[in-house]
Design a protein. Structure first.
Length: 239
């Protein structure tokens, strides 16, 4: 019986990679490979999974500026805010075959806005992101819709007073529609990405928003967890 079982294991076919994803990944690598330096490519090749990408973003110093920096600039300076991190993540997700480079923007009241890179795996939505708050970064690909993914951030999206502040989100913005500057520019790409700020937002709650009194304030322990390792200079100061 042991012999027969071992023979069956030997005859078992190895899993076959999805040819569409493999071709897509190869096209991106071939098209952009010559535009990166050896050092940049060495960093990018290590980011083979959403988990690896998120770990890399977590290692970056949080940038408190308002400028949009290219992927190249972020790799060089090793600092980023949410948009800079989202662009790095979006490019890396595209490289490993998880769809086009897409970013979703979050709109907030009396708080910072936010952005994450989104992807789909087996039809389910996930996200990778950089934030000064620990609780609004990545999400595993387990959400059936974009709205469901966004709503997973609601209870953890609060300002430094603990007030829940998420009020809307954008449809996925395809970064490649702006050209290649978002990847390869030596510095900022504010002009090239101006359209992102003007993207129409979908309200989180399509009925009159509950008042502050109706929404629970984040408890102190959750606020403490959210601010763990944050850069004080990059924190929004609510009124």
């Amino acid at each position: 019986r042991v012999f027969l079982f071992s023979m069956a294991l030997k005859r078992r076919k190895k899993p076959v990679a999805n040819p569409k994803k493999t071709k897509s990944r190869n096209r991106v690598a071939d098209r952009d490979g010559s535009k990166w330096t050896k050092g940049e490519m060495a960093m990018l090749r290590k980011l083979k999974t959403p988990m690896a990408i998120q770990k890399f973003l977590d290692s970056l110093f949080y940038d408190g500026s308002d400028d949009y920096w290219s992927v190249r600039a972020t790799l060089r300076t090793k600092r980023a805010h949410c948009m800079g991190g989202a662009m790095v993540a979006a490019y890396c997700l595209q490289r490993i075959g998880l769809g086009p480079p897409r970013v979703v923007g979050f709109e907030a009241r009396n708080d910072d806005t936010h952005a994450v890179a989104v992807y789909q795996l087996n039809g389910l939505w996930g996200a990778v992101g950089k934030s000064n708050f620990t609780l609004i970064r990545s999400r595993d690909p387990v959400y059936k819709s974009l709205r469901e993914l966004v709503m997973s951030y609601f209870d953890f999206y609060f300002n430094t007073k603990g007030e829940k502040s998420l009020i809307g989100y954008s449809r996925p913005f395809h970064l490649d529609r702006t050209g290649d500057a978002w990847k390869f520019a030596e510095g900022t790409v504010n002009k090239e990405l101006a359209a992102i700020d003007n993207t129409k937002k979908t309200p989180i709650i399509p009925i009159p928003r509950p008042s502050k009194k109706q929404l629970m304030v984040a408890p102190k322990y959750l606020l403490k967890a959210g601010l763990l390792g944050s850069n004080p200079k990059g924190l929004f100061k609510p009124s």
